[in-house]
Design a binder for this molecule. Structure first.
Ligand SMILES: C[S@@+](CC[C@H](N)C(=O)[O-])C[C@H]1O[C@@H](n2cnc3c(N)ncnc32)[C@H](O)[C@@H]1O
Length: 197
């Protein structure tokens, strides 16, 4: 008989016990506690959403009067009736635009991104890919968020991080950063919370 998969770190074990699809959910929970991100009735866009633990948590927080749309390169198993999912590359601006229009989502309250590039194993390349994804997320969020809306994104910190943050401070009303307990690599992984004018 094949042995059942037993997650070997405390966050993965907790996720499996609590019915979440990934340990990443505890990062969003911590960010939500700290920044009060999710509220009933909100419209949320989650970029890089597979396998869907952020979608599960966001769906519960916004309730059935809210909506959540998740986009990922990979197919996502259904989450709930008020959660839609699409397969797409978020760096393809035209495709993202079409998806948002199809879901009637020009006015979004919160953009989330836990995007992680496929890692090459070469630190500088992975970090640069992370910044490239973050620039794409920032552009989508600037276009899709309503005034006062918030964008939260994960970034791998490296040489290109400071120029990215400086640019963000020029384009966004407020920019805050946070590290979270549940990150595997807390020294490199950082979350940026930005608010639109
Ligand atoms: C860490 S996982 C997200 C986990 C998710 N927050 C959850 O809680 O289940 C990062 C995701 O980013 C996706 N991704 C990476 N590059 C992407 C791109 N260019 N467009 C869309 N999704 C992308 C990957 O397919 C992967 O599923």
């Amino acid at each position: 008989m094949p042995k059942a998969y037993v997650p070997n770190d405390k966050w993965s074990r907790r996720a499996s016990e609590e019915g979440y699809r990934a340990r990443s959910v505890y990062k969003l929970m911590e960010l939500d506690e700290r920044f009060r991100l999710l509220k009933k009735g909100m419209r949320v866009l989650d970029l890089g959403a597979s396998p869907g633990s952020w979608l599960q948590y966001a769906a519960a927080q916004v309730g059935t009067k809210g909506t959540v749309l998740g986009i990922d390169l990979k197919e996502i198993e259904p989450v709930a009736r008020h959660v839609a999912t699409e397969v797409a590359d978020i760096t393809d601006a035209t495709q993202v635009e079409k998806i948002l229009a199809a879901h009637g989502l020009p006015e979004i309250d919160l953009v989330l991104s836990d995007l992680a590039p496929n890692t090459s194993g070469i630190k500088d390349i992975d970090q640069w890919r992370s910044i490239e994804l973050s620039q794409a997320v920032s552009a989508i969020a600037q276009h899709a968020l309503k005034p006062g809306g918030t964008c939260v994104m994960k970034i791998l910190r490296g040489a290109d991080f400071d120029p990215f943050l400086a640019e963000a401070k020029r384009s966004w009303d407020s920019v805050r950063t946070a590290q979270v307990e549940a990150s595997r690599d807390r020294s490199r992984e950082i979350y940026v919370v930005m608010q639109k004018r």
